[in-house]
Design a protein around this ligand. Structure first.
Ligand SMILES: [Zn+2]
Length: 242
């Protein structure tokens, strides 16, 4: 992936996130022309100084920082090993990077995107991040986001949560039709709803389910989630030509 920004990325860095990097982007948090290359600070976790440092809207930045500080410990405790986040920057895409960077499209009423990205830090080090089970990472991240939004944002649902609630209200047939018609629903919302229903829309039950499935995947050494949820996320292969 070509990036015309002076953020020095070590070889072997893996990114995981919401939007596949299909094109070059310029990141609004990192100047394109800068004599001093910017790196995420070595060592400690992200601080207010390294959290959206160039965001001009100070109130929004502090609001997001408060949300981050409440959410990060909840994601961290679900990770078999935690990858420290060292820099969060505003961007035009959502991405979690293995070297401790989160890119975030900053918008009001969209704090929950941070919860989604933070959960990638848990999924990435889990036994479930393998084989076809890895495809469920986005669904787990959205399920975590939903429960965090309910806990932290309560009675003022975000537009994202309203859309999840709309899908929740569909019949199973309608939901499958929505899944088949929309790639975002197929990859994110549909598996998230399956997970949330299994966890009875409860954060403590979600944590218990997560730990149980991670242990079962580690013991089995093979894909388990398509059996657990009765649904395969992977697209069926096209038929072999005659
Ligand atoms: Zn994601």
């Amino acid at each position: 992936m070509a990036r015309k920004v002076p953020l020095m990325l070590p070889l072997g860095v893996v990114l995981v996130g919401c939007v596949p990097p299909t094109r070059d982007v310029s990141c609004p948090e990192v100047p394109v022309v800068d004599a001093a290359p910017r790196r995420p600070p070595v060592g400690g976790p992200v601080s207010l100084e390294t959290f959206l440092p160039l965001l001009p809207d100070r109130d929004l930045r502090l609001e997001l920082w408060a949300f981050y500080r409440k959410t990060e410990p909840l994601a961290r405790r679900l990770a078999p090993e935690w990858t420290e986040v060292r820099l969060v920057i505003a961007s035009d895409r959502s991405l979690w990077w293995t070297h401790g960077l989160i890119e975030l499209p900053v918008a009001k009423k969209d704090q929950g995107a941070l919860a989604h990205e933070l959960f990638h830090g848990a999924y990435h080090r889990s036994a479930l991040n393998a084989g076809e089970d890895a495809a469920w990472g986005e669904g787990f991240a959205d399920a975590f986001r939903y429960l965090i939004e309910v806990r932290l944002l309560g009675s003022d649902p975000s537009p994202w949560r309203r859309e999840m609630d709309r899908l929740k209200a569909l019949t199973p047939e309608e939901r499958r039709a929505a899944r088949d018609a929309d790639e975002t629903i197929r990859v994110y919302s549909y598996p998230a709803l399956l997970i949330l229903e299994r966890a009875q829309w409860d954060l403590a039950r979600f944590e218990a389910l997560w730990r149980d499935l991670d242990a079962k995947r580690a013991a089995a050494g093979r894909d388990i989630l398509h059996e657990v949820f009765g649904d395969a996320l992977a697209q069926p292969l096209p038929p072999e030509p005659d």
